[in-house]
Ligand binder design. Structure first.
Ligand code: NAG
Ligand code: NAG
Ligand code: NAG
Ligand code: NAG
Ligand code: NAG
Ligand code: NAG
Ligand code: NAG
Length: 633
């Protein structure tokens, strides 16, 4: 009945539409609740409609919903109940002068979010992506729904559905892909679902329960540190560490040696966890060290192969190590069994390889015919052991002791030696020999230079030095020269006395000394002094009174010098006679008178004679003087 009426009115309004449009008369139909109008699904609501003009002949609400209409004056209201249509559009209409007036609104049924729940992994590995699911049992309309993924108070992600055309209430599950971070550790994750009907309606929200997560990081494989090659029964440190881990306290780091757990000491520093243990492998073999780092569901491992070898020290015996020159010395280098067995044995004496016979795999015998030069040489037995690609060596050594007779050498006992008188010099003579030789140097007369007293030139001569040890003796002639400083024995003057003006005078200096001394003279500062080529002699050809004075001879060699002084006096004979005459004149008056007469008489005769002679002589004056002297004698 209602439906029929509605249809009738609708038909009428269509018919009159053209007519209304042509009239200028305006009349508006208003719905007070606006559009859209939200109502909870299954709920009820009141809609009010008013007309701005009078004389409305009929008015009503046209809807398929269950309605209860109230009319009064210029308005009409309806109570719509049990709204189970998700979207509907009731029309308010009126008829005025066969004109149809109308307006409509939209009713949207909503359903607040219910039973919101979150689902995510409880444990997450850092940097891996994990879905976080948020499910809503029911919500409508979807386009007003907003889902927010939260970590604590922080928003991770927001999802909206503004373009959704779904109007009915639905069950919805949304997913957000989250990249786990270290900072997620023990944070509360939740999802918040909001139904935003503002401004027309309310804002509903519903949160899921909060869930905590654990995160972890084990980004790298562990690293193992252990000596690759280790000697059997020696203690070695095995270390394993893993870096960049989180949380470090929860990392379980273990070490295995050939599958057997080791009792490790674990230390944690920041994001590095280290396991350490001392092991003493007793078996020579290849071992595998495995390090396992376990964190949550993740395991990371590393393995390292190590080699344990057995390598005893080589045993070196030198049979007759102490022997005479020319004898055979047997060198025995043996080795207890090694593991692995790849060994090579090398025996050297003084660094030179010996030729040896390998008696067995681990034993080498070498024979060395020793010479003097082999004395004190080091015999070394070196064994190399090859373990996998690696080589290690051990060595044992012994010293040779070769006895031999003494020998002299030019350097240890020079055959010509120069010593210095008065010094503590002794003959330098040593000899090589084993045992250390005893040395004694003697002269023909059985004397030898001992440590007592000082050395004199009498010690010169040829000595026989004898070096003696248990193996024999050796002789060597040593010529000893003793050097000494100069001594001037004399300075001879010729003529020895009464040097008169014009005479030739020589001074000869005599000195001993070794090496032969060099001579030097110190004389009055005058000319006409001639030196011999060796400087030992001075000659004054024409002595004058100014040559009188002191003459000093100095003899010098590397060991010292010596000087001696002599004085000469050159006299003028004229002065001498005059002085003599003057001195005696007084006392001899009478005698003089008598002689004077005689002289006068003689002079007269001699002058005649001399004048005859002088014609053949260049130095008449000198001859005359001589003549005078002679005449006196
Ligand atoms: C909804 O559609 C508009 C226009 O097509 C677009 O710009 C917008 O990004 C869409 N929103 C969503 C959440 O898809
Ligand atoms: C995570 O990724 C970042 C960027 O690639 C990197 O720097 C960081 O080391 C990673 N962390 C872990 C624990 O893998
Ligand atoms: C580490 O692993 C060992 C063996 O798997 C286990 O006995 C031990 O409890 C673990 N420790 C930690 C701290 O997880
Ligand atoms: C491991 O080492 C600790 C301390 O070094 C020691 O107390 C413990 O007995 C050891 N456990 C085993 C099984 O050797
Ligand atoms: C030393 O050995 C060599 C061969 O190695 C041998 O010819 C020689 O006769 C031996 N000498 C002595 C003194 O035994
Ligand atoms: C060499 O020395 C080893 C070990 O001392 C010994 O067993 C072996 O008999 C020796 N060989 C000879 C030939 O002396
Ligand atoms: C040493 O001198 C003596 C006598 O001059 C001589 O017989 C001897 O052969 C010399 N000895 C040496 C080792 O030269």
């Amino acid at each position: 009945m209602q439906l029929q009426l509605g249809f009738l009115l609708f038909a009428l309004s269509c018919l009159r539409q053209g007519l209304v449009a042509t009239t200028d008369e305006s009349c508006s139909v208003s719905i007070l609740e606006g559009s859209p109008v939200y109502v909870e699904y299954g709920g009820s609501l009141v809609l009010n409609c008013t007309f701005s003009c009078e004389n409305i002949t009929y008015w009503d609400w046209e809807t398929s919903l269950t309605k209860k209409v109230n009319r009064d004056g210029s308005w009409v209201s309806t109570i719509l109940s049990n709204i189970t249509v998700w979207e509907s559009s009731p029309i308010c209409f009126g008829i005025q002068n066969e004109r149809n007036l109308q307006n409509q609104t939209t009713i949207i049924a909503y359903r607040p979010p219910t039973d919101v729940s979150i689902r995510l992994a409880e444990v997450m590995e850092v940097n891996q992506s994990y879905p976080i699911n948020c499910s809503i049992l029911s919500v409508a309309p979807l386009r007003n729904t907003r889902v927010t993924f939260r970590r604590g108070e922080e928003t991770l992600h927001v999802l909206t559905f503004e373009n959704s055309s779904t109007i009915e209430g639905i069950e919805k599950e949304v997913t957000y892909l989250h990249t786990a971070q270290e900072t997620d550790y023990e944070k509360l994750f939740s999802c918040l679902v909001e139904l935003d009907l503002t401004p027309q309606g309310k804002l509903f929200n519903e949160s899921s329960s909060k869930m905590t997560v654990k995160t972890f990081a084990l980004p790298e494989d562990p690293e193992i540190s252990m000596a690759t090659y280790t000697e059997e029964a020696s203690e070695v440190t095995v270390k394993c560490w893993v870096s960049g881990v989180f949380p470090a306290e929860e990392v379980n780091l273990s070490l295995e040696l050939n599958g057997e757990d080791l009792n490790v000491t674990v230390t944690r520093m920041a994001d590095v966890v280290t396991a350490e243990v001392q092991v003493t492998p007793m078996q020579s073999q290849e071992y595998y060290i495995t390090c396992n780092a376990i964190l949550e569901s993740k395991t990371r491992s590393a393995t390292k192969a190590v080699y344990v070898y057995s390598f005893p020290d080589p045993l070196l015996t030198v049979i007759d190590a102490s022997t005479k020159t020319g004898n055979n010395v047997t060198i025995n280098c043996s080795l207890a069994e090694t593991k692995p067995t790849s060994v090579s044995i090398n025996v050297t004496a003084g660094g030179v390889p010996l030729s040896c016979e390998k008696d067995s795999h681990f034993q080498t015998l070498c024979v060395l015919t020793v010479q003097r030069e082999d004395h004190a040489k080091e015999v070394v037995c070196e064994v190399q052991l090859k373990v996998s690609e690696w080589v290690t060596a051990k060595r044992t050594s012994a010293q040779l002791d070769v006895t031999y007779t003494p020998i002299f050498s030019d350097s240890s006992c020079p055959s010509a030696q120069t010593l210095v008188e008065g010094s503590s010099d002794r003959i330098r003579c040593q000899a090589e020999g084993n045992p250390t030789p005893h040395i004694r140097c003697t002269r023909d007369d059985s004397s030898y230079i001992d440590g007592r007293g000082s050395l004199t030139r009498a010690h010169l001569g040829t000595y026989v030095c004898t070096a003696t040890n248990s193996e024999g003796l050796a002789n060597r002639n040593v010529t000893v020269t003793v050097e000494y400083k100069p001594t001037i024995s004399s300075i001879d003057i010729d003529p020895p006395a009464a040097i008169t003006k014009g005479k030739i005078v020589t001074l000869q200096c005599f000195a001993s000394g070794l090496p032969l001394p060099k001579y030097q003279w110190s004389t009055p500062k005058v000319e006409n002094i001639t030196y011999s080529s060796d400087n030992t002699r001075i000659t004054i050809y024409n002595a004058q009174t100014h040559h009188s004075g002191s003459y000093t001879c100095t003899a010098t060699n590397i060991h010292g010098s010596h000087m001696q002084e002599k004085s000469i006096s050159v006299t003028d004979p004229v002065h001498t006679i005059l002085a003599a005459v003057l001195g005696t004149a007084a006392g001899c008056g009478l005698v003089a008178a008598a002689i004077g007469y005689y002289l006068y008489y003689r002079a007269q005769k001699i002058r005649k004679y001399k004048l005859q002679q002088a014609q053949n002589s260049p130095t008449g004056k000198s001859l005359m003087a001589n003549g005078g002297n002679n005449a006196v004698v």
